[in-house]
Write a new protein. Structure first.
Lengths: 283, 295
């Protein structure tokens, strides 16, 4: 059996610490008392069906949304009391929005690195280094919208770790990306982890989940399972993570957008839906 | 390729398309048999969407010919459009119409009613029916996909074209979606589907691998796997990344890459037994495609 370097977590090295973290919108508990910790340089997969509460949890960890109760520390900072410091110490990338399509490749790097307060000379030097490494030097002056999706995602990841954050949050980073580019993308993730950057990643692709050191699976706002991919497969007597996921997600009563899964038998909720909105953010 | 044309429902002959300097499709020829689930697999920019648009009569090829259900995609385009269903990769229903209004609209355009072919879409539509008065633009990804499939099916097409239908959809919904495709196949509908995901490729009857606008191979998933020409090994260590870097430096290693919690390795000649936790394994479809593309 492979020994996992994170099997015994030493809190001294943990970079994310979460205890009983909860977020409610009115009567609806989107994130329900979750607790876990993530070690430095660990690749932590954060899985769950659409609507399980992943995005809400991730927003709290990034300092974008205040917990209703519970505690969370990211890179040593309190997500409730020091959200601005948290933001300075993390990187973020999502499938939906990461780069400005109408800016050139180098302009995107310049913009984000500038926001994180990096020095202009350092930015110029590192820009070329980064572009050479991901094979986009010829595209330096191209508009981001002209790049194929897979190239964009590689660039977006490079931008998210450009300021060498302690943690990088990746929200479905590889949706729609072809297998070859996905493998290259995961090599970039491993390389960043090797440098000590902690990776917190959500994905809908279970073959990808197997790249993670440990995985948590959320169902209806709670963490229902948390372990290495291998141990989860043993625990659920499954051949792969897809089976593990489906065994767990079958229990879910909630579906996408925070709606309840209701067998259309007129449970008394209008249109069979429960819809919750808060700070212009849909569950 | 020509002999069983009474079985084939789609026939593409030397389809070529160029945008400026970019050769998007080059001499693409293939046939799809009636009632099969045919997968079109390839990297971003391989030409999958362009090929779909030509076969659905939405754009013209520079040269070559294609027929779908016996109809020429250029000359017979009006009749053709009545017989096919197309679900583009980008959500293209009316965002400001409700779920129900979108479905009624598509049924009306095709001169039919929702009731007439309801049996085809019942299994998917009943999942979004509780939200039938919601505007399509306000649906989540999984529900949009279910509505788009319902709209593409409401006129009971003989051939269904699905361009990356499951991108961004969670595993449970993807499974439901593929179960649905199998049921449609039982109804005799031919399905041509593109996907970047190899676990889905495995669910197709036959797969065409397309890269740089050319079809590299067309095979059943089983034959693709049995045709892998090398011995494939898995290996792992406490630090797979460092192991990968080492393996790539080794002259004994032909190729090495990550695959989940393991590395997949092909050697030049004999396997190097000093590699930790080495074990010969059967290749997956993904291994085969990467091999085909890189060689």
């Amino acid at each position: 059996m492979q020994k996992n370097k994170f099997s015994i977590l030493n809190s001294q090295f943990s970079i994310i610490e979460v205890e009983d973290l909860t977020k409610s919108f009115g009567a609806f508990t989107a994130v329900d008392h979750i607790s876990f910790s993530v070690g430095r340089g660990e690749i932590f997969g954060f899985l769950g069906a659409n609507g399980a509460g992943k995005t809400t949890a991730m927003r709290m960890l990034c300092g974008l949304s205040k917990p209703t109760s519970g505690k969370g520390f990211v890179a040593g900072y309190d997500i409730e009391k020091q959200p601005e410091t948290v933001k300075k110490n993390i990187g973020y990338m999502s499938q939906k929005f990461s780069l400005y399509e109408d800016l050139k490749v180098w302009e995107n790097i310049r913009l984000f690195a500038g926001i994180y307060g990096l020095d202009g000379k350092l930015i110029s030097r590192k820009t070329d280094e980064t572009l050479k490494k991901i094979g986009l030097m010829n595209e330096k002056n191209a508009l981001v919208k002209e790049l194929p999706l897979g190239w964009k995602q590689k660039l977006a990841f490079s931008v998210a770790v450009f300021h060498e954050p302690k943690v990088v949050f990746l929200d479905e980073p590889t949706g729609g990306v072809d297998p070859i580019t996905r493998r290259q993308f995961w090599e970039m993730i491993y390389e960043a982890a090797e440098k000590g950057i902690t990776i917190f990643v959500t994905t809908h692709y279970m073959d990808e989940a197997e790249y993670c050191n440990r995985i948590s699976i959320m169902v209806d706002g709670r963490i229902e399972a948390l372990d290495t991919p291998r141990k989860l497969k043993e625990q659920f007597q499954a051949n792969n993570m897809d089976e593990v996921f489906r065994k767990l997600a079958r229990k879910a009563r909630r579906v996408e957008n925070g709606e309840l899964r209701i067998e259309n038998d007129g449970l008394g909720i209008e249109n069979g839906e429960l819809r919750v909105e808060n700070d212009g953010f849909k569950l | 390729m020509k002999n069983n044309s009474q079985l084939s429902i789609l026939n593409s002959q030397l389809i070529t398309k160029r945008y400026g300097d970019v050769q998007v499709l080059k001499d693409v020829s293939f046939e799809v048999e009636r009632g099969e689930i045919f997968g079109l697999i390839g990297p971003d920019g391989a030409g999958k969407t362009t090929l779909f648009r030509i076969l659905t009569s939405l754009i013209l090829a520079d040269s070559g010919q294609a027929t779908v259900d016996g109809l020429d995609v250029v000359k017979d385009f009006r009749e053709l459009r009545k017989r096919i269903g197309y679900m583009p990769g980008r959500f293209s229903l009316y965002q400001d119409l409700s779920v129900e209004e979108n479905l009624n609209f598509f049924a009306t355009v095709f001169n039919t009613t929702v009731e007439e072919n309801y049996y085809l879409i019942r299994d998917i539509y009943k999942q979004i029916e509780p939200f039938k008065r919601r505007r399509a633009g306000k649906l989540s990804g999984g529900m949009k996909q279910k509505l788009a499939l319902s709209c593409a099916l409401i006129h009971k097409p003989t051939v269904l074209f699905l361009d990356e239908p499951t991108t961004g959809v969670d595993p449970v919904s993807r499974k439901e979606f593929w179960d649905m495709l199998k049921k449609l196949k039982m109804e005799g509908i031919t399905i041509i589907v593109s996907t970047p995901y190899m676990d889905e490729a495995q669910l197709c009857d036959r797969i065409a691998l397309i890269q740089h606008g050319k079809i590299l191979s067309i095979e059943t998933p089983e034959k693709i796997i049995s045709g892998f020409p090398e011995k494939l090994y898995q290996a792992h260590s406490e630090n797979n990344y460092l192991l990968l870097v080492d393996l790539r430096k080794s002259p004994k290693v032909k190729s090495a890459f990550m695959s989940g919690e393991y590395l997949h390795v092909v050697f030049n000649g004999e396997a190097d037994e000093t590699v930790p936790n080495l074990k010969e394994i059967a290749p997956t479809i993904e291994d085969c495609f990467i091999y085909l593309i890189e060689n």
